[in-house]
Write a protein that binds this ligand. Sequence first.
Ligand SMILES: Cc1cc2ncn([C@H]3O[C@H](COP(=O)(O)O)[C@@H](O)[C@H]3O)c2cc1C
Ligand SMILES: O=C(O)c1cccnc1
Length: 347
Amino acid sequence: MRETLDAIRPLDEEAMAAARARHDRLTKPAGSLGTLEELSIRLAGLAGTCPPPLPAPAAVAVFAGDHGVHAQGVSPWPQEVTVQMVANYLAGGAVINAFAREIGADVHVVDVGVATAIDDAPGLIQAKIRPGTADLATGPAMTLDEAQAAIETGIRVAGQLVGGGARILVAGDMGIANTTPAAALIAAFTGRDAGEVTGRGTGIDDHTHHHKIAVVRTALRRLPADAGPLRVLAEVGGLEHAAIAGFALGAAAHRVPLVLDGVNTVAGALAAAALHPGVTAALVAGHRSVEPGATAGLAHLGLEPLVDLRMRLGEGTGAVLALPIVSAAVRVLHDVATFDSAGVTEK
Ligand SMILES: Cc1cc2ncn([C@H]3O[C@H](COP(=O)(O)O)[C@@H](O)[C@H]3O)c2cc1C
Ligand SMILES: O=C(O)c1cccnc1
């Protein structure tokens, strides 16, 4: 992890200045592409060159894990849906597979903590640290060493996917009950109250929602005020959140953008930013999930989501839909003619 943190560099000011200057010469009113201009300038800064490389091919990593807090009745779904959905991803039958096919991205599944064993299959990365976390309502979800190992796994997966040719990474999650640790992490890292950041996940009634908020609040009370990011992850997080934190750090160290999805990836990104604030240079907020914690977390990271389709699924589905927008933003710097070259009169 140390090596990865040390490899994270600030945005390259020279490349960003070149991108800004180029935008002003392209055949469009200056600033007319709004958010896309800022995004493409930032990606030039991340890559250290203008124009930055086109962000393709894309690789999605769905980090999967189970959660001891499921025993508290915080999700309406049985825990075995986690491993069943992993099988579905590997068979190509989930929403993330359909969306990734539509957009031309590869899907990889990383088992960092599914409760049961999973047979080897193409697309599966076996990296189980433990078969599900302990119940965070009653004690630490995992040990500090386990949290660290999950971060290292995410770093390794980022390196593997970039080494395999990916030029943009997408973070996804699968883990029944994982919106509970996500809410706890978001509360811990943003300082917001549990009631503000705990959502309804897959869909729970008012009574269960109140109980879920109480579970998050109880867990947070165990955290000392000066708890570092590793301790926060170990006490109230999930294995997939820690791995996603590592995945973000790895992307930043490789100067490759990482598109965030919903509340679970935002929780992982907050942990990554607590470990190294420079990681946010590589992060793109793919979409705004309905979960309130996602919006709170993105605001804390200073990121504006690209799309809002009122989605609340996870798996990387919202993030993948944003890929054509990221790609279009970069392509402008590659393809669009200047006033000079196209013979268009300036104002
Ligand atoms: C069939 C199915 C597919 C999913 N794909 C993502 N999630 C999402 O829902 C879960 C979190 O919600 P909660 O905290 O309420 O359990 C995670 O697994 C998440 O990725 C799914 C959930 C289900 C049931
Ligand atoms: O924000 C998400 O990605 C999300 C929301 C509900 C359930 N699972 C994931």
